[in-house]
Design a protein around this ligand. Structure first.
Ligand code: UDP
Ligand code: MG
Length: 318
């Protein structure tokens, strides 16, 4: 029987020179122990994806690849963003591996649950989601915004796993299916549940980033949430239709009101009301147009079918 347990751990890295050495040290230990226990094949590797870093990240990755047996990497032509870098890594890794785990470079995701993930996969599920059991280590602000994000997404009808980011195990089978999802506005944590194979959850404590700074400032986070909603849900469009409906009914009432005012003969006093109405309706119209424009923008980007990432170099193919 063919051995089906080559594991690749895919890690997107953007300006991560401060953490790579430590990450490599800890993962090396983990890989060795997994191999010794014969849980994974000796052909297993950690694959770093350099997402157009401006610091020494890629030099470090090349150096690590030369020195360490179980480490490899690819580099993208320029910075393409976390999700695209992750996709590039997943699509490359699946050519060599049977099982692929993705995680962040800063080891905020607890690598001690990898065994549990592999165990669950062995028992027969194709996907295992890593879910944060608590957010004790997060700042108050991060906790509120992040948990609000998941709740809001759910409310908007996007099917995502609560408190699950991009720490997950997926089999090659799942990733072969992922390849058919050709969207440019990539929101991976929304796509995996859509692929829909049986899945399991493992819980872990999220650690603090041990070095370097977050590459997700508030602006990027808001963009990410907005992309997640508009790529997966047409609820905002429905909301506009609903709003238009309500305003139409209201305008009939306003018509009656203004007729009554006219009959009574004190029409001039309605001036304030008219000015307010114009602003209100104008505002709503503009907002609605904006949301519609957002979707048209998405269609525009999707129809171009541009590649989502370009791999400049793959250390596996040298
Ligand atoms: N990342 C990336 N490209 C980017 C931004 C981030 O590859 O444009 C990587 C980053 O190196 C890290 C992961 O995505 O491995 C998550 O980023 P970070 O830890 O900064 O996010 P946070 O944990 O603060 O949400
Ligand atoms: Mg992080």
């Amino acid at each position: 029987m063919k051995n089906k347990n080559i594991l690749y751990i895919v890690i997107p890295c953007y300006n991560e020179e401060a953490v790579l050495k430590e990450t490599t040290k800890r993962l090396k230990k983990k890989m060795k122990s997994l191999m010794e226990q014969k849980i994974i094949s000796k052909k297993s590797k950690v694959m770093y994806v350099n997402d157009g870093s401006k610091d020494k990240t890629w030099d470090l990755i090349e150096e690590i690849h030369k020195k360490e047996e179980y480490f490899t990497g690819i580099t993208l032509s320029c910075n393409k963003g976390h999700q695209n870098a992750l996709l590039a890594g997943l699509m490359t890794a699946k050519n060599y591996a049977d099982i692929i785990i993705s995680m962040d470079a800063d080891l905020q995701d607890d690598i001690e649950v990898i065994e549990e993930m592999l165990e669950k996969h062995k028992e027969g599920v194709e996907m295992v989601y890593g879910v944060r059991s608590s957010r004790k280590k997060d700042t108050f602000f991060k906790k509120i915004t992040a948990e609000g994000f998941y709740k809001f997404m759910k409310g908007m009808g996007v099917n995502i796993v609560y408190n699950h980011a991009d720490y997950r195990l997926a089999s090659k089978k799942v990733l072969d299916e992922l390849e058919n999802y050709q969207e440019v506005n990539l929101f991976l944590r929304g796509i995996f549940p859509l692929i829909g194979f049986p899945s399991e959850i493992v819980y872990y404590e999220r650690h603090e980033r041990f070095a370097g700074v977050s590459k997700y400032p508030l602006k990027k986070m808001l963009n990410f949430a907005w992309d997640g909603i508009t790529s997966f849900s047409i609820k905002p469009l429905r909301f506009i239709t609903g709003l238009g409906f309500i305003i139409t009914i209201l305008s009939v009432l306003v018509l009656f009101y203004s007729l009554i005012v006219k009959i009574i003969g004190s029409a001039i006093s309605g001036w304030t009301f008219i000015v307010c109405s114009i602003w209100l309706v104008g505002g709503i119209e503009m907002l609605s147009l904006g949301i519609i424009g957002e979707y048209i923008g998405k269609i525009y980007n999707e129809t171009k079918r541009r590649p989502r990432y370009i791999i400049a170099k793959n250390l596996e193919e040298e």
